[in-house]
Write a protein that binds this ligand. Sequence first.
Ligand code: SF4
Length: 121
Amino acid sequence: MPILLCFTFRSLWLDNHTDNHEELNTMTDSPNNIRPGAIQPVINRNRCEGKGDCATVCPYDVFTIGTLPPEDRKGLNIIGKVKGFVHGWQQALVTNMDACHGCGLCVTQCPEDAITLTRIK
Ligand code: SF4
């Protein structure tokens, strides 16, 4: 039984730490000369706790903290649902996506490691 629980939590952890986006390494792929909107932040909904560090640090007001819509809660894993409920479904929302300059500050500032950057154009 303990082995089954370990395997289950390992699977959930991997779900939280991987996604299908083309992630940028902000340390080596410095996007300083990338035009605004070519890169956007992607928030791992299973990890975000709405602490707001990203909204505070972003120089271009890309984020707001708000209530995660019910339709966006359906794909959460069990840990994400528990965290979302406990935090009143407050999460970072990307409300000004085209303003992103890809500086990476939000990625390094997020205490939950919930943000990655992806190239979209
Ligand atoms: S990468 Fe920079 S500009 Fe883009 S959302 Fe994060 S902090 Fe804002």
